[in-house]
Design a protein around this ligand. Sequence first.
Ligand code: G6P
Length: 612
Amino acid sequence: MCGIVGYIGHRNAFPILIKGLKRLEYRGYDSAGVALLNGGMTVFKKAGKVSELEKIVDNSVTHATIGIGHTRWATHGEPNDRNAHPHVSNSGNLSIIHNGIIENYASIKAALQKRGYVFHSDTDTEVLVNLIEEVQKTENTTLDNAVRIALNEVVGAYAIVVLNKLNPDQLVAARKGSPLVIGIGENEYFIASDATPIIEYTKQVVYLDDQEVAVLNRDGNYTVRTLGNIEKSHEIQKLEISIERIEKGGFEHFMLKEIYEQPKAIEDSLRGRMNAAQGWIKLGGLDEYITHIDNADRFIITACGTSWHSGLIGEYLIEDLARVPVEVEYASEFRYRNPILKEGDVVIAISQSGETADTLAAIELAKERQALIYGICNVIGSSIPRTAHTGSYTHAGPEIGVASTKAFSTQISIITLIALQLAKVKGTMSASNLREILYELEDIPRKIEETLALDPLIKEIAAIYKNATNFLYLGRGYNFPVALEGALKLKEISYIHAEGYPAAEMKHGPIALIDENMPVVFLATNKSAYEKIVSNVQEVKARKGKIIAVVNKGDTQIRELADHIIEVPETHEILSPLITIVPLQLLAYHIAIMRGCNVDQPRNLAKSVTVE
Ligand code: G6P
């Protein structure tokens, strides 16, 4: 959601904050702001992108060696200048940036209003900064103590950084349910909601835990205490990502770069974890708990958005190969519907960011009820892997485009390894079958390269359908979740209404929508259900729908029926989503670009959804 960046040290803070905000813009981009201490407190904030903020900044007053910056994804109050962060307390002494939601803000606000506080925005954040100020006044205490006391009164989730005009040598930060990472430089500190604004300056970081308050001092020391005032020490961790991986590297957009990175991302996700020639799979997180996992009667996969779609593929894979029942749950539903969980159950949480509030809450609930939690996440050191008992990183590298692409394919490659390893342990698959699939898996990056070469053709198809108002995506078996994901990609970035359906379900409703204006994307690579899909294609054709079919190279039957054929390299059916998703990502990308949409930062969306 929102992006947070702060700096204290010897450098000029403003350029660090602006650059950091641009790197964080993928998290939220409806408004931005900075606050600097340079004798007084200077605050600039503006609705729109960071570039809009830059336009209104008076550069003659930006020299400061301490400051905070924020990009917002609106929760309380519409995105305008007034509601943008930082928010300043009534005295003008404190300013705050905040990610998250203060649920009991209305009652706190009413109490503060009775004491004479005046509010200039609709945000919960402005309430929090004034609560801290009120505590500081009434308790006559330091800022960090006031922050601790105030946060003990607060219900909700937050990551905050507070600036105090009366103490320009200190930043105070705290988190609960929303990430914060401290970058440790030479006599300087950086703080941010993820490592992207920091890696340019230092690789040494500390991840704050929930309910912790950090004080960063200009003299080069920092402390971390819990909300209960107990001192904590954290191991300093080394960031493994490089600056190149968070830049566009010659591509027009992050999304396109990330689509093209998929062969490498999948290779990275598989590296050291399998060997087809020798027939082994090695997932540290799985091996460690293999007895428990092998004994589980069922698996529950929980996730949101695109990660939920890879969860559906996981269900097909695990049930198909390892013969264990799997349920796939939207995390937001699972956490509130009093699910049946028992000791021994295994809950697999899938999340690119590792910070999605609903997924995190779902696994916390499952953990309380004694389930074993297996996290499949991309962002190293994020909250879900730290909460889970075990798990595997996807190693896709930073994903900046809001629409998830390479994270999806690497999630699938990890779940494939899990399903195969389980099948091996349970003896539900022969060694030769296993080896055959592993060989195919090793070859997937090459086949994705081949699929990416179809980009010019897909662009031509995009040009024909760019003005469509609806799209239907149909697939069977392993390609059904791909249909859902293809439709999601299109609606996320092009704002065209799109629906994914199991191909056979079409006749129970969506068929009513089909006429000559309806493009229907068929995923028709499955050999097992080929004839059935051909019938579904016929049904659409009979109603004059426009057919775009993704088929295996050399397909003859569907070629006769479809308006457009996208021929992809054939693979083992269980691995087909890794190939068939690629043309759908490209189709969505090109249509969105042709419609003039911002593909990396689509309206209303956020990359990391840290509120429920
Ligand atoms: C947001 C993003 C999606 C993502 C979903 C789940 O909606 O825009 O791309 O799939 O959150 O995020 P996660 O980080 O948990 O995979």
